[in-house]
Design a protein around this ligand. Structure first.
Ligand code: NAI
Length: 259
């Protein structure tokens, strides 16, 4: 299937690294003009340099998705540069893992902090809400839009040490379904992806034994690549995905059915 995104402009949050960066490359290679919204200026600027050197139409805007004013400024800058905004990939995400309550010798010795809970909700859940609310008016104006949100396989069944992350990723599915209902009649589709374990900085800190057990539980017997997920984002952003709305697309090598 040939995906043609010429005439389209896209935003990828967290686009300076990992899955986001692969997605920027994939969308731009399909003809879209792409704005990377990320909080790490040095990494984003370097990414744009290498992408523009290979002839792709990409810009970087330094923005923290938890900062509502900065997000609105980024929308204004993106539309000023591109003239329109058709595709939003809500990909930015962080982890701050900890058990709810940690015990040592039968005594409570720690647990997840409020700061870690709030930080993950702020980026992974509220950031998706903030970016979508700021971008949607531009899609409504054209009666066309594609919004794709990053959930995770862990949203369905939980994951040890990820109270905050699972709460956010399950919430993302809920918001996806609400917006699919609210925006569908206006020509805007809203979907989510649920990646399994993908080889990026986010999973680099996971102990090798845990990653090995994840591979063993995955029918395709490997970790995913950023490109595997980028392909799914790109398809859901395409014209061809026009009747897919409110869906959660697993990109997990069969991990969910494998466990
Ligand atoms: P990553 O850590 O490699 O990249 C995340 C990007 O988001 C970075 O460029 C970072 O600077 C940016 N970011 C973080 N906080 C931000 C903020 N407040 N404002 C703007 N940008 C911010 O992560 P990765 O692995 O590429 O993950 C991308 C998305 O996919 C995340 O939402 C993650 O939760 C989700 N995901 C990843 C999985 C994996 O195994 N790597 C599995 C399931 C979901």
């Amino acid at each position: 299937m040939q995906i043609d995104l010429t005439q389209r402009s896209a935003v990828v949050t967290g686009g300076a690294n990992g899955i986001g960066l692969a997605t920027v490359r994939r969308l731009a290679a399909s003809g879209a003009r792409v704005a990377i919204w990320d909080r790490v200026a040095a990494v984003g600027t370097a990414a744009v340099q290498s992408l523009t050197d290979s002839g792709l139409d990409v810009i970087f805007i330094e923005v923290d998705v938890t900062d509502t004013a900065a997000v609105h400024a980024a929308v204004a800058e993106t539309t000023a540069r591109f003239g329109r905004l058709d595709i939003l990939i809500n990909n930015a995400g962080i982890v701050r893992d900890a058990q709810l309550v940690k015990l040592r010798d039968g005594e409570v010795s720690g647990g997840m902090s409020d700061a870690d809970f709030d930080a993950v909700i702020a980026v992974n859940l509220k950031g998706v809400y903030t970016c979508t609310q700021a971008v949607v008016p531009h899609m409504l104006a054209n009666r066309w839009g594609r919004i794709v949100n990053a959930s995770s396989v862990v949203a369905a069944n939980g994951n040890f040490g990820q109270t905050n992350y699972v709460a956010a990723k399950a919430g993302v599915i809920g918001m996806t379904q609400v917006w699919a209902r609210e925006l569908g009649r206006r020509g805007i589709t809203v979907n989510a992806i649920a990646p399994g374990f993908i080889a990026t900085d986010m999973t680099a800190a996971i102990p090798p034994a845990v990653l090995a057990s994840m591979k063993a539980a995955t029918p395709l017997a490997r970790l995913g690549t950023p490109e595997d997920v980028a392909n799914a984002y790109c398809f859901l952003a395409s014209e061809q995905a026009g009747f897919i709305n409110g869906a959660v697309l697993g990109v997990d090598g069969g991990l969910v059915i494998g466990t």
